[in-house]
Design a protein around this ligand. Structure first.
Ligand code: ADP
Length: 234
């Protein structure tokens, strides 16, 4: 995944400008930054829910800048699991497959396989309200994986969970993404979570202030802002 000189303005207010970023296949990058710094806006632009004002998005050398949301090989997992309440877990996951030109009779078997992969075999006929927050977030992830995304965007996916579950989920999600070699951008405001999840960590505040491996950013913050926000010099 590559971003070339992307900018986003709301009216004349810049959220970020002239951003470049390149992720290897299978790489997970964490993004941390203060509230209102533009992290969600960046993810929404990548998912096609908002247009970039300038710049280009490429995946495997294909320019996706103007591609509609449903036609992008990109999935977004939100803070709150967004499941359809009137559909079973199986139907929720199978729904994502409808956008992928997968024949109707193949959708349920494929959805079953995904539900198994997120560790929820046996819950196919349950409804979202019968599941815990952590289980619902696993289903959201299964639904996002259904389109076989080339880029997975995770916007504080664990923030509605309690501390113990957050720790379990981050281990489990990281292992799953690595096993499937899924490229991912992971937003969090939790410094430890960022360091655990990311092969690299980007400190975001109107653009990337610093990008580096977790230890490097922690021990050698490149600006006073990074030091105060993330570094060992607090
Ligand atoms: P973060 O995810 O880092 O908390 P956001 O991306 O939500 O930050 O917000 C970045 C900035 O963009 C904020 O100042 C916010 O008010 C502004 N913003 C976000 N969405 C809109 C919108 N649809 N219209 C105008 N301003 C927006």
């Amino acid at each position: 995944m590559q971003l070339h000189q992307v900018s986003k303005f709301f009216q004349s207010d810049p959220v970020f400008q002239n951003l470049d970023l390149s992720l290897e296949k299978g790489e997970i990058m964490s993004i941390v930054g203060p509230s209102g710094s533009g992290k969600t806006t960046l993810l929404r632009c990548l998912a096609g829910l908002e247009p970039f004002t300038e710049g280009r998005l490429l995946i495997n050398e294909k320019d996706l800048t103007g591609t509609e949301t449903n036609k992008r090989p990109i999935s977004l997992v939100f803070q709150q699991p967004l499941l359809f309440p009137h559909m079973t877990i199986l139907e929720n996951v199978a729904y994502g497959l409808a956008f992928q030109n997968i024949k109707k009779k193949e959708r349920h078997p494929k959805a079953r396989e995904l539900i198994q992969q997120v560790g929820l075999k046996g819950y196919e006929r349950s409804y979202p309200h019968e599941m815990s927050g952590g289980q619902q977030q696993r289903i959201s992830l299964a639904r996002s994986l259904a389109i076989q995304p080339k880029l997975l965007l995770l916007d504080e996916p664990f923030s509605s969970l309690d501390v113990q579950l957050r720790i379990e989920m981050r281990t489990w999600v990281r292992d799953l993404l690595k096993e499937k070699q899924i490229t991912a951008l992971f937003i969090t405001h939790d410094r430890e979570e960022a360091m655990y999840m990311g092969d690299r960590v980007g400190i975001f505040h109107g653009g990337f202030q610093q990008i580096g491996e977790p230890d490097e950013v922690y021990q050698f913050p490149s600006t006073p802002f990074v030091a105060e926000f993330f570094g060992d010099h607090m």
